[in-house]
Design a protein around this ligand. Structure first.
Ligand code: AQP
Length: 337
């Protein structure tokens, strides 16, 4: 079994699905962590387009291709440095699907039915595709393919990382030491940002695509941000201490904290005596401080498509070289190939 790429530099893998425009939850839960930690690890950041196919009725081939580019441009726009990280598109490295099949063959069905995201996403659907159920196995393949040590994610993905560890353990038990066991890494602040319209549900791309005012999208202009934040659900009181606040106010405070990086007591002191209107204005301010430069860089990457494609092709080549070595090991362990 291969070891950590370098004793001092852990292997990091993470990704986002190009299902729709990314939101501020994806930013603080995932992307910003990647940027903050990019000099500590040997990093692979993937646009996980195969994960975006789990609901066949919603597949739009041209839209998906465009969304892949847009998400990749956002990775670079938030500050991921192309020469220090491997940024690539999942479907460009075929080993992800091959490893998924091999892992499927050692995955007890009951483990997949227990996943809370599967339960939530399949609820109320007349027909549920196998892909939706199998999504965590594809995610396990993504991670295990690269001998990953750390997976920086928001807390909705922790259960999937636990499943990845269980699968790796089961595989190693059945076929001998093959996979390394990865760990989830959560952000200090903002591991779960909630919907502005409904602070009881996680801010989510799929809801944002259908419900105006649910999310702050990374490509929203100031007018849209202001409209969504000013309409965010709060309550009829004035409680601005995090511990005592209602879920909607807590969520706004959490966004403010995540984007400023300041301790909550300091924020509470700053807002003492203020009303919710003032909190919302402060949130709009820090959101725009984050989004304005990010959107400028995003446009530069989107305008130079040849360069973006070149960066992604280069990333795929580097990722494929690692994936090929892992698959040799896995095939040998299982007696195929
Ligand atoms: N609300 C959130 N708060 C903090 N982190 C979040 N993440 C997602 N939502 C929040 C983190 O963003 C990364 C990307 O996730 P994904 O695209 O692979 O799928 P997801 O977790 O299912 O994200 P969405 O936005 O809810 O997308 P849809 O609606 O398409 O399923 C992950 O690290 C996730 O933890």
């Amino acid at each position: 079994m291969s070891t950590t790429p370098s004793a001092a530099r852990p292997r990091v893998f993470s990704g986002v699905q190009p299902t729709s425009t990314l939101h501020i939850g994806n930013y603080v839960g995932a992307l910003r962590q990647w940027v903050e930690q990019q000099h500590e690890g040997d990093n692979l950041f993937c646009v996980v387009d195969l994960h975006a196919l789990t609901v066949p009725e919603e597949i739009d081939p041209e839209g998906l291709r465009e969304a892949v580019r847009s998400v990749a441009a956002l990775y670079f726009a938030v500050g991921i440095e192309p020469d220090k990280n491997t940024v690539f598109v999942q479907s460009h490295v075929r080993e992800h699907t091959e490893l998924t099949w091999l892992l499927n063959c050692v995955t007890p069905l009951g483990w997949l039915y227990r996943m809370t995201q599967f339960k939530a996403k399949s609820e109320g659907r007349e027909s549920v595709g196998t892909g939706l159920l199998d999504y965590p196995v594809l995610m396990a393949a993504d991670i295990l393919l690269y001998d990953t040590d750390r997976v920086p994610v928001g807390d909705d993905q922790v259960q999937h990382i636990e499943l990845t560890r269980d699968l790796a353990t089961r595989f190693n038990h059945l076929f001998g030491e093959t996979f390394k066991l990865p760990k989830a890494v959560l952000p200090r602040f903002g591991a779960r940002i909630m919907g502005l319209d409904d602070p009881e549900v996680k801010m989510s791309k799929s809801i944002a695509a259908k419900v105006d005012g649910h999310a702050i999208n990374l490509l929203d202009d100031e007018k849209r941000v202001r409209k969504a934040v000013m309409a965010a659900v709060t309550d009829s009181g004035r409680e601005l201490r995090f511990e005592h606040a209602s879920p909607g106010v807590r969520n706004l405070l959490a966004i403010y904290q995540a984007l400023t990086g300041r301790p909550m007591p300091e924020i509470e002191a700053e807002l003492e005596g203020a009303g919710y209107g003032q909190l919302k204005k402060a949130v709009v301010g820090v959101v725009m401080d984050t989004l304005t430069p990010l959107q400028q860089r995003y446009r530069e990457f989107m305008d130079d498509r040849a360069e973006l494609d070149r960066l992604l092709a280069d990333g795929a080549e580097r990722a494929a070289a690692i994936a090929a070595r892992t698959m040799e090991r896995v095939r040998a362990a299982m007696g195929v190939g």
